[in-house]
Design a protein around this ligand. Structure first.
Ligand code: SAM
Length: 220
């Protein structure tokens, strides 16, 4: 897997990555930033009412969700601990040219900081944002931490069904606080059943441009 990857522009101007071999984009072609803001920030981060928030991400990828969360923590003055799992990290020549900062206030350095942070150890990126990137397969998930929020941003279930399994959701559930939220862009029936088996109450809410609905699931 991960033979060839290329950077493409989405409808809101922001970049995404396309894997021709899988026919899979990292984000919606209707807008990367638009999608990430809607799914993960508006329907994930902004639903958690706490000043200290521990987030688990499945799929660090371009770092867009981490970047948006970091920027949000500065304006909301919250403290974020952000753990992100990634099996196929981007190479410097890929992440260095991503254009997200052009649409988010121009701080290109911040995205580089997220990508250049060492793996497996916590990095204090800003006063509000601590990042730890875990270089591994989410099917082997383990963590010493408890989480309030999960950004489940794996490739689509048609491509990687075993990542959306009851087993993976259950291993994540073991590290969640009661009423923790898992947010993801897929509303496929099998995924919602797997979430239910793992102890979540899955609800549907309106999706971003190009997608009717997304899933917001509550644990416990
Ligand atoms: C839909 S992309 C989204 C990535 C990221 N959140 C972003 O905004 O760019 C899915 C990500 O999951 C990663 N991934 C694929 N299989 C994985 C696995 N088994 N364990 C952890 N990450 C995986 C991919 O490499 C990719 O970066």
């Amino acid at each position: 897997m991960m033979a060839e990857r290329r950077i493409e522009q989405t409808a809101d101007g922001s970049h995404t990555i396309f894997i021709p071999e899988l026919g899979e984009h990292y984000h919606s072609i209707h807008g990367s930033i638009n999608e990430s803001l809607h799914v993960f920030i508006e329907n994930g981060l902004k639903r958690v009412r706490a000043s200290k928030i521990r987030i688990l991400e499945v799929g660090f990828g371009t770092g867009l969700n981490a970047l948006l969360t970091c920027l949000n923590s500065q304006s909301s003055e919250s403290q974020i601990y952000y753990e992100s799992w990634e099996k196929y990290p981007l190479k410097p020549e890929e992440y260095q040219i991503l254009n997200f900062a052009d649409y988010l206030g121009g701080n290109h350095r911040l995205l580089l900081q997220l990508h250049e942070a060492p793996w497996e150890v916590p990095s204090q990126i800003t006063d509000h944002f601590t990042l730890i990137k875990r270089a591994g397969d989410i099917r082997n998930f383990n963590s010493d931490h408890l989480f309030d929020l999960v950004y489940f941003d794996a490739f689509g279930p048609a491509i990687q069904p075993d990542l959306w399994s009851t087993a993976v959701f259950s291993s994540i559930a073991q590290t969640l606080e009661d009423e923790a939220i898992l947010v993801t862009y897929s509303v496929k029936g099998q995924i919602r059943r797997n979430l239910k088996e793992a102890g979540f109450r899955a609800t549907k809410v309106p999706g971003p441009k190009g997608k009717r609905e997304i899933t917001v699931a509550f644990y416990g």
